[in-house]
Design a protein around this ligand. Sequence first.
Ligand SMILES: O=P(O)(O)O[C@@H]1[C@@H](OP(=O)(O)O)[C@H](OP(=O)(O)O)[C@H](O)[C@H](OP(=O)(O)O)[C@H]1OP(=O)(O)O
Ligand SMILES: Nc1ncnc2c1ncn2[C@@H]1O[C@H](COP(=O)(O)OP(=O)(O)OP(=O)(O)O)[C@@H](O)[C@H]1O
Length: 431
Amino acid sequence: MNMSKGLKQVKQGSKSRRQFRSGNGLFFQHWLPPLDLTDTYPDHWKYLSEGGATLVFSYAGPQDERFHNKVLRLGKNNTVVEDEDSLILFQTEVISRLVLQKHLAVLETVLLSSSWLESLSSLCKKSRPDWRTGDIDTNRTKGFLATNLVSSPISVEIKPKWSFLRPGLRTCRFCMHSSCRGWITSYCPLDLFSSSPARIKNALYALYDAWADGAASQNNFRLFADGRLMSPDDLLPALRGLGMLHSSILEEEGIRELVVETLLVSFMKSESLELLKTLKNLQRTLDGLGIEGLASLWDNVHSLDKTSFGGGFPQPTIDDWKFFVTEYLEPQGSSVPPQALSGETQLRYNILSYLLSATFKDCSMMIMLPGLLHESLPTSLFPSRITLIDLDPKRVERLQKWLEQDRNIMQEYIVSSQTKSAKRCVDVGEL
Ligand SMILES: O=P(O)(O)O[C@@H]1[C@@H](OP(=O)(O)O)[C@H](OP(=O)(O)O)[C@H](O)[C@H](OP(=O)(O)O)[C@H]1OP(=O)(O)O
Ligand SMILES: Nc1ncnc2c1ncn2[C@@H]1O[C@H](COP(=O)(O)OP(=O)(O)OP(=O)(O)O)[C@@H](O)[C@H]1O
C-alpha cells in the first residue's frame, strides 16, 4: 500500500497521529515518531523570511506530501527559545482555547542534525537581510513544520502590535514607540482595530506606504507573491511576470490602490473583523495592570526580600498555562476569582496574564489572497484566509526589559511632545 497517499495528520501535543486511508477507504491511525528532516537535502529548503528569534524556509524539493505546502521554522542562536515540543503544546493546548482553530496554522515537530543545519545556514546566508542578527542554532535537534501561509498567489503579513490605548494617555504605545525610533509612518494600530472601513483603509495605506518607502526594519507589513517575499522594487515586475495584473495597471500607484482595496475586502469579512476583535480583547484584558502596575505588585509582594522584578520566578509550564487559561476564561468556576486574589497568587496570576498579553501584542497575521481584485469580479468571489503566527510564549526575563522599555518610551515621548504636539490616537474601546 502507498502509505503517503491519502495521508492526513492529526495533532495531539507533540506527537503526530497520522491517519492513513486503506484500500477500502477507511482510515486507520498510527502513532509515529516525528519526521526526520535529514531525509531531505538542505537545498530543498529555500529561505523565506525571518524574525528576531527564528528563520523560516519553504519546501522546494521534489514532490513529497509530507512537506508539500509546509514551512520549516528554526530557532536562532542569539535568543532563548523554548524547545519545539513546548512551543507546539503552547499553541495546541493554550492558544487554541483563546483563538479559533481556523485562524491557527498546523504545527509539527521534526528532527534535525547539526551538520544538516550547518549546510542550511551557509546556503541561506546570501538571501538574508544584512541588518538581521543571529544565525540558525545548529545545536538544536528539532525544528517545526507549519502550514505554508504564503502559498497563495498573493499573501500579506501584518504585525499589528498594540491595539488599545492605555487609560490616561492620548497616544498609543505603537505610535509613541515609532516616534522614539524615528520611524516615519502614519500607521496606528487603533485604526486597524477600529472596525471602521475608512479607518482600516487608512491603516492599510499607512502600512503599505511605509513598506513601499523601503523602511526595511519596519516589520509591520510584508508582501509575498507566488510564495516569494517581495521588495517594493520587485513587486510591479513580479506581478506582471506572473500575469496577475490587469493591463490597465501600469503604475506603482495603481498597485498601491489595488493591494489596499483587496486587503480591505478581506479585512471587512466578518471572520476577519471577529479575529481583530478577539485579538484586541485578549491584548487588553490580559494586560490588566499594565507593566508599571505589575512591577508595583511585585515590589509589594517582595517588600522584605527585595528580589528584582521577575527574579527567581519560574518559567510557566504547560500545566501552569492551562490552569491560568481556565481561570481567565471561567473566573466564576475558580474557588477564588482572579480579582479577589492577593499576595503571591495574585502576583502569579497577573504575571502569566501579562506574559500572555505580550504574545498577542507581538503576533502577526497572514492573509492569503487568490490574487488582486479585478473589477470584473464581485468581491464576494474573493476568498481569503487569515491566520495568526508567532504565538510563542514570552519568557519571564522579559518583564524587566518591558518595564525599562516602557519607561524610556514614555520619557522620550514626553520630551518630544514639548517641541511638537502629541499625536492623538482614537480607541473605540471594548468591541
Ligand atoms: O518590544 P517590541 O514591542 O519592540 O517588540 C519586539 C519586536 O520588535 P518590533 O517592535 O516588532 O519591531 C521584535 O521584532 P523584530 O525582531 O524587530 O522583527 C520581536 O518580535 C520581539 O520579540 P521576540 O524577541 O521575537 O520574542 C519583540 O519583543 P517583545 O516586546 O515581544 O518582547
Ligand atoms: N507558517 C508560515 N508560513 C509562511 N511564512 C511564515 C510562517 N511562519 C512564519 N513565517 C514567516 O517567517 C517570519 C518569522 O516568523 P515568526 O514571526 O514566527 O518569527 P519570530 O522570529 O518569532 O519573529 P519576531 O521577531 O517578529 O517575533 C514571519 O514574519 C513570516 O514572514
